[in-house]
Design a protein around this ligand. Sequence first.
Ligand code: HEC
Length: 122
Amino acid sequence: MRFLIFSFFGMCIVACGNHSSTKPNGASGDETISVYAMLNNDLFAPKCSICHTAGHFSGVDTSSYQGLINSGVIDPGNPGGSLLVSSIASGFMPPRGPRISTSDDIFLLLESWIQTGASELD
Ligand code: HEC
């Protein structure tokens, strides 16, 4: 009996854990994570924002949505004309660590996010 109770409890922890981990920090009640949050989690925060915080390196700030927009490296609707995209595609950025290939999922996601308007919440 004790085993049964524990395994049921364990399953609940796993299910609840998975559920809440799909939510971005500070999101209110939304079940899905925004594309911007995915890009921030998988690309900007680990691969860019270690260098690009406000005021650092060519004035490019990848550490917040507003920082990105204010940096002028995104032209919504025009990934090909966005410096953020071309700096990665050319291999110029990130200058250290593994290169991001233009066929990587995260790169394709970045392109389509900018193509569709680069919104913070979609
Ligand atoms: C190790 C530190 C470092 C990391 C990590 C890094 N950058 Fe940079 N970035 C720099 C430096 C330094 C410059 C300025 C280079 C120069 O002017 O020669 C720069 C410049 C840029 C520029 C401006 C390029 C231009 O032509 O003016 C963009 C856009 C950029 N980075 C995007 C990114 C993106 C996107 C990432 C993540 C994928 C990234 N960087 C990761 C250090 C970094």
